[in-house]
Structure formats: C-alpha cells, structure tokens
Design a protein around this ligand. Structure first.
Ligand code: HEM
Ligand code: HEM
Length: 196
C-alpha cells in the first residue's frame, strides 16, 4: 500500500493515524468519564495522570495528522457523490480536526488554571498555559466537557455516513480508508466499461 494518499484512496499513514486516533479517543474518554467520580485514592491520581498523558499524545498525533494531510493531500470525493454531500463531509472533517485540538488544549488549560502540574508519562514536565485563575478554569472545563459531547455526536454522524455509503450506496468511501479490502466504485468507469 502507498504511504501517501492517492486521488482514489487514503495511504497507509493517513489510515494508521485515523484508526489509531479512534482507539486512543475511546480509551481517553473511558478514563475521563470514570475518573471524575472516583474516591480520592492514589488510583484516582494515577488515572488522571494516564488520561492527561494519553490526551497529550493524542494532541501530538493530531498535529502530525494535520501536517501529513496538508502535505499528502486528500483523495477526490467518490464518483457519484453529490456536491452538497461532499461539502458537508469536508465541513465535518474540519469540525472534527477543530475539536481534536480544542478538547486536549482545553484540558491542558483547565489543568494550568487550576494550578496543577502536568507531566507526560512521568518523563518530562509541560509548561502551564496560564496562571491560576478559577474563572478561566471553569470556562476551560466547560469547553472540555461540552466539546467532548459535541465530538461524540459528530463522530456518530460521520461513522453513520461512512456506513451508509458502504451498505446503501455500495461505494468505496469506507473501503478506501481500510487496508486491502476488495475495491468498489471509486473511480470513473474505464472506456471499455462505459461502452458495455
Ligand atoms: C482528546 C483528548 C481528551 C478527551 C477526549 C478528554 C475527555 C474527557 C472527559 C470525557 C472528561 C470527563 C468530563 C466530565 O464528565 O466532567 C475529562 C475530564 C478531564 N480531563 Fe480530559 N480529555 C482529553 C484530554 C485531556 C488532556 C490533554 C488533559 C490535561 C492535560 C485533560 C484533563 C482533564 C481533567 C483535569 C479532567 C477532569 C475535569 C474535572 O475534574 O472536572 N484531558 N476529559
Ligand atoms: C467508527 C468510527 C469511524 C468510521 C467508520 C470512520 C470512517 C471514515 C471514512 C470512511 C473516512 C474517509 C472519507 C472519505 O474518503 O471521504 C474518514 C475520514 C475522516 N475521519 Fe473518520 N471514521 C470514524 C471515526 C473517526 C473519528 C473518531 C474521527 C476523529 C475524531 C474521524 C475523523 C476523520 C477525518 C478528519 C477524516 C478526513 C480524513 C483525514 O483527514 O484523516 N473519524 N472516516
């Protein structure tokens, strides 16, 4: 498989980052939703630390993913996709990128404004994004929590659209984001095909 994206298919780098980020998001969300109500024990501190370290890892992966996307480009919309659908898909992708940055950054800001230190897997310290400020901490916590639920809603829509293309439209939208599955319709029919 090509590393770089082609006009009809996502390359290996985009695919690995896409699916790795999905797995990481599920893990981070599961930790985040569980940790807030844990009793005050060392296990709670450990879970918060893991949530934050994984969240920072995700932030770095999203930055790499966006840089790669800008460098490697994106395939053209699958042949037959109406313009309005392609437009909505692009806007959804932009919103997903926005949230994938806003959620970890607001977590980092909340952490800083609450006066907590921040480490990445106990390996190095990260700087505070602000001084201690309770008002700012509340705003950042709101962005973190509501941003997360908005992300859940958008991802559900996005995944439903991909499945709709696969099951109802029977086109190549989903398979071109997967390794080596049989190809469906993604390019214009060749001359010989269009004559038959
Ligand atoms: C995309 C990555 C992240 C996701 C999806 C995520 C998701 C969540 C979720 C769902 C919660 C529970 C919210 C609630 O019910 O109140 C939460 C809480 C929290 N997150 Fe994240 N988070 C991410 C990254 C980060 C990062 C990078 C940090 C810090 C550097 C962080 C710090 C926190 C803190 C401190 C809380 C607890 C908030 C509180 O006690 O009210 N998160 N996160
Ligand atoms: C079960 C879950 C998911 C499915 C089935 C899915 C499916 C897909 C498919 C088929 C594409 C290619 C669309 C095309 O070629 O036009 C795609 C692209 C994309 N997906 Fe997902 N996806 C899922 C989860 C996610 C999640 C969790 C995110 C981010 C939070 C995400 C963000 C994106 C973005 C930004 C693109 C555009 C390509 C890129 O820049 O990497 N997806 N997805």
């Amino acid at each position: 498989m090509d590393l770089k994206n082609r006009s009809d298919r996502w390359g290996a780098v985009s695919q690995v980052l896409h699916w790795a980020i999905l797995v990481l998001l599920v893990w981070i969300a599961w930790l985040g939703l569980g940790m807030v109500d844990m009793p005050n024990t060392p296990a709670k501190i450990g879970t918060y630390a893991l949530h934050k370290s994984l969240g920072l890892t995700l932030l770095a992966l999203v930055a790499a993913r966006l840089a790669w996307r800008l460098y490697a480009g994106a395939p053209s919309p699958v042949v037959g996709t109406p313009r309005w659908q392609a437009r909505i898909a692009s806007l959804t992708h932009v919103a997903l990128y926005g949230l994938m940055f806003a959620i970890p950054l607001s977590g980092w800001l909340f952490n800083s404004a609450s006066g907590y230190p921040l480490q990445w897997f106990k390996r190095f310290n990260l700087p505070a994004l602000s001084g201690r400020d309770q008002g700012l901490a509340d705003v950042a916590a709101g962005i973190h929590e509501y941003g997360f639920w908005l992300l859940v809603a958008l991802v559900a829509l996005h995944a439903a659209a991909a499945l709709y293309h696969h099951v109802a439209q029977r086109d190549d939208t989903l398979t071109r984001m997967l390794p080596a599955l049989p190809r469906r319709r993604s390019t214009a029919p060749s001359e010989s095909e269009s004559l038959t």
